[in-house]
Write a new protein. Structure first.
Length: 472
């Protein structure tokens, strides 16, 4: 440094002014309604004028940032001033997405929250959990709901459990608060849940489980992909860290894979350095994230920014359609069970009804309204064969391992998302072979129901015996 000390100090001062201006923009946006935040994020007129007047957030596709001189470079690379440096670490377009996500998940939350965007939902699950598993000792364990996404199940069971020897304590019934409490001990690193879960739509009481985790000095991490912040904001219910696969409802167009970790400042944990506790998302972004390299492409970030603008309206109307579809399915002779958090027959419906509200819904409807999202699943009578027969007859509903889309999509989890985890794992995750997961899209409900109705009608004629092979 020496002769350059003053030069670097000038950039540090410039950086402080930039950070203050951004904090100001953030605090202005925190006074706005959910839709306004979703539409604008922190990209304001001043930001536009610095970008040739573009009213839409520019896509910065450059891998790296140019610096004015070596002092500027030194200040930026030492993390002494806001800078983006290199797109594996940060990128201005990705930053717009991160700020919007932090504001949306932090909507109605008293404290501060920050976000880090990742290349996929799985990268987010990894980045949110791996920092707590440093220096594992015999007995080191995690307590997690077994009703979780298949990839999360494999990450925990295989990568953390079998490869690293961490004890994975699955909570079999996430509605049973005693089970959560009993599985936690002095060697537990974090508590993890997904609500509503994919694909069984199981719910858990975030507030109650957060209290249990905090009493043991542990953070609660919640995968809130299926609910989205338009319906539930776990930080307001006591969760420390929220995970999203932004691939899903947040990017309903289906144009991008992505994920995000959004954390409150001051999480409950005694693991890691103070910086990790103070601002987990920032810590992850600046250190472990830089070394692991799971950054999202700025192009993908732009796709998500664009779809997020209409998130609340979409979740409202898709939820209404889904309720109609769930009611149709529940009344059908060939269906054993429908899992949708909005159905009174669903275990934990009262918990879902307490947590899942359309944000700012009273402004539209004059009263608060429950909304339960657009993912549901149902079990077809007659086992795996009958389920496949119905599935193969869809003429409009896509057969794909996907969800969150504006197009209706169905999958059979036992042969797709939960194929790798074996019979025992599938039983744990409540994924029977006759379960069809349906992502309800934006088509007219009558047309979705008609496609289901026609496919299910095949079972009226079916003799349910093995098909005879015809020789040609
Ligand atoms: C899809 C999904 C993930 C993984 O996200 P990707 O973007 O596919 O990596 C994690 N959690 C839930 C609940 C999901 O539905």
């Amino acid at each position: 440094m020496s002769e350059h000390t003053n030069g670097v100090a000038e950039y540090v001062a410039r950086g402080e002014a930039m950070a203050r201006a951004e904090a100001e923009r953030r605090s202005i946006m925190r006074t706005k309604k959910f839709d306004t935040i979703a539409v604008h994020g922190i990209y304001d007129m001043e930001a536009a004028l610095a970008n040739q007047g573009s009213i839409i957030e520019p896509g910065f596709m450059s891998s790296a940032q140019h610096f004015e001189n070596s002092d500027h470079m030194e200040a930026a690379l030492a993390y002494l001033m806001p800078a983006w440096v290199y797109s594996r670490i940060a990128n201005p377009t990705v930053h717009y997405l991160e700020e919007t996500l932090a504001l949306l998940e932090g909507y109605g939350f008293d404290g501060e929250a920050s976000a880090v965007a990742t290349a996929s939902g799985m990268a987010a699950v990894f980045m949110a959990t791996n920092p707590f598993l440093q220096k594992p000792e015999p007995g080191t364990n995690i307590v997690a709901s077994c009703r979780c996404y298949g990839g999360t199940f494999m990450l925990f069971a295989e990568r953390y459990g079998n490869e690293r020897g961490i004890d994975i304590r699955w909570v079999r019934n996430p509605l049973d608060l005693n089970e959560w409490a009993e599985k936690i001990d002095g060697d537990t690193r974090f508590v993890y849940g997904e609500t509503p879960s994919n694909p069984s739509l199981s719910v858990m009481d975030i507030e109650a489980v957060a209290n249990i985790a905090h009493a043991a000095g542990l953070p609660l991490i919640v995968d809130s992909t299926v609910a989205t912040p338009a319906l539930t904001r776990p930080l307001t219910l006591g969760a420390d860290i929220v995970i999203h696969s932004t691939t899903k409802s947040m990017t309903a167009s289906g144009f991008a894979i992505g994920g995000a970790v959004i954390a409150r400042h001051g999480i409950t944990t005694d693991i890691g350095p103070d910086e990790m506790r103070d601002n987990f998302a920032m810590y992850v972004k600046l250190l472990p994230f830089r070394d692991h390299g799971p950054g999202i492409s700025p192009f993908n970030a732009l796709m998500t920014i664009n779809d997020l603008r209409t998130l609340r309206h979409r979740m409202d109307s898709l939820s209404s359609t889904s309720m109609q579809v769930a009611q149709y399915l529940e009344g059908h002779d060939h269906i054993d069970r429908v899992a949708y958090p909005g159905m009174e027959s669903m275990p934990g419906h009262e918990v879902a009804a307490r947590m899942m509200w359309l944000v700012d819904g009273a402004d539209d409807y004059g009263t608060e309204v429950n909304r339960y999202g657009h993912l549901l699943s149902f079990e077809v009578k007659g086992g795996a064969k009958a389920a496949r027969e119905v599935f193969d007859r869809f003429e409009m509903i896509w057969r794909a391992t996907d969800l969150g889309r504006i197009k209706s999509v169905a999958t059979i989890p036992a042969i797709s998302t939960h194929q790798q985890q074996g019979d025992e794992g599938r039983t744990l995750a409540a994924v029977p072979p006759n379960l069809i997961r349906l992502n309800v899209g934006g088509e007219h409900p009558d047309d979705i129901i008609a496609d289901l109705d026609k496919a299910l009608a095949a079972l009226d004629r079916s003799t349910m015996v093995a098909p005879t092979r015809r020789s040609v």
